[in-house]
Ligand binder design. Structure first.
Ligand code: FDA
Length: 398
């Protein structure tokens, strides 16, 4: 049985980053990845350009049962730290919008950078390695890991196997199973950053709006019903339901069975605008087309209010129209699930982990980093920043 200081299971963003930090400290590190290549999610991320961080990263961009948990790791490894690494490797990048940093070239540059850093830190990476059994020798305080490539022993074991989203990219429930094996609590994993589906009746109603994208303020009551989450971004109506950044963002916070509220004209006082045009001959659809895409305005009117000249509506009808434009309530049927989710919310409970080291409180030497832990970022580079920061944090202690 070969002995290592640190074994990392999962060669994705968090696992590789942790391995690099530990290797730099002189630890003998082995990464075990079950896929034939490392970093599959990095490769396809950001439309192939990897939205690797966000300048405005703040604990408020993350959800977790304990919203304070991510603070320590995020403070000790910041977007500026990762940017200086990217610059050191000569990778050109740009801010697309809202602080989102992307490679000018391809995501492969980030993978190559991580591999070069692994090599420089003396980290060994084994792909195609299936872990069949993990146990802890309580007396020796070390872990024994059996795989299809032989058995290994290590004093620290880092679980960086990610969440359940998109199985063809290597996702498994390994991290959760291992946590349960050691008696650790799991917050129920659920799809996050995922399109929302609608009932067939609702889909039929919205069919005419399909393919339209528009900016909206979307909100929902949080899962704990204590506060409202509000996000303003583009929303897309599809033949399956609702998508686009605003919907993906809200999906992480949405609780099944509850409505989401959509404000289609967030900057306007719609009732006031309608009242000011109350004596006008202009048709409602034409008035709305001044602020909304024309096809959308027409289809929306057919659906909710017909399109008559403004002067033919009475006050209560105008009130209703304004309400439907600014507080449209839609109860999604569900989500498109882990097949389409960009992340997995929930995971290994933060009550089980030290926020400084990401180490299990019950099982010394066992660490959980990245998406497998119950910390989920919003859309826009935050999930990778969490992977780097949590990997960095554990890398200082393993
Ligand atoms: P990650 O999933 O990256 O890595 C886990 C690794 O463990 C994988 O290599 C997997 O094969 C391996 N593994 C799993 N089970 C194993 C087992 N039993 N044995 C051995 N290895 C095992 N985020 C962002 O910030 N910006 C972006 O642009 C995007 N874009 C994006 C696009 C798409 C389509 C998806 C699905 C996701 C994103 N994300 C993103 C989210 C981001 O990819 C994700 O949050 C991080 O990759 C999480 O990093 P981890 O290292 O925790 O898991």
């Amino acid at each position: 049985m070969r002995k290592w200081d640190v074994i990392v299971i999962g060669g994705g963003a968090a696992g590789l980053f942790c391995a690099i930090q530990a290797g730099k400290r002189g630890r003998k590190v082995l990464v075990l990845e079950h896929s034939e290549t490392i970093g599959k999610k990095i490769r396809i991320s950001g439309g192939g350009r990897c939205n690797f961080s966000n300048i405005y990263t703040n604990p408020e961009n993350f959800t977790s049962k304990n919203p304070h948990f991510c603070k320590s790791a995020l403070a000790r490894y910041t977007p500026a730290d990762f940017v200086s690494l990217v610059e050191k490797h000569g990778i050109a990048y740009h801010e697309k919008k809202l602080g989102q940093l992307f490679c000018d070239g391809s995501s492969q540059q980030i993978i190559d950078m991580l591999l070069r850093e692994c090599e420089a830190a003396g980290v060994e990476v084994r792909c195609g390695c299936q872990v069949t059994d993990v146990s802890k020798d309580q007396q020796a305080g070390s872990f024994s890991i059996k795989t299809n490539q032989g058995s290994f022993r290590s004093s620290s074991l880092v679980i960086a196997t990610g969440g359940l989203s998109i199985a063809p990219l290597g996702a498994t429930d390994f991290g959760y199973r291992l946590a349960r094996q050691f008696g650790l609590k799991i917050e129920e994993p659920r799809p996050g950053l995922v399109p929302l589906t609608l009932t067939s009746q609702m889909l039929k109603q919205l069919a005419k709006l399909s393919g339209i994208s528009l900016e909206a303020l979307v909100s929902c009551v949080s899962k704990d019903a204590k506060h409202r989450t509000e996000l303003r971004e583009n929303m897309l109506i599809t033949h399956r339901g609702l998508s686009g950044p605003a919907i993906l963002q809200i999906s992480t916070y949405w609780k099944r069975g509850t409505p989401i509220s959509i404000n289609l004209l967030p900057e306007k006082d719609v009732l006031d605008l309608l009242m000011r045009n109350k004596v006008s001959e202009v048709a409602l659809a034409n008035l709305l087309a001044r602020w909304l895409p024309k096809r959308f305005a027409q289809a929306w009117c057919e659906l909710y209010a017909a399109s008559k000249p403004l002067k033919q509506y009475d006050l209560s009808e105008l009130r209703e129209i304004a309400d439907k434009l600014q507080h449209l309530q839609i109860t999604p049927a569900g989500t498109e699930g882990f097949k389409k989710a960009e992340v997995t919310a929930g995971g290994v409970s933060t009550t089980e982990l030290s926020s400084r080291a990401m180490e299990s409180k019950r099982v010394p030497g066992l660490y959980f980093i990245g998406e497998v832990a119950d910390v989920t970022g919003q859309l826009g580079g935050y999930n990778f920043q969490w992977a780097w920061a949590s990997g960095y944090a554990a890398g200082q202690f393993v």
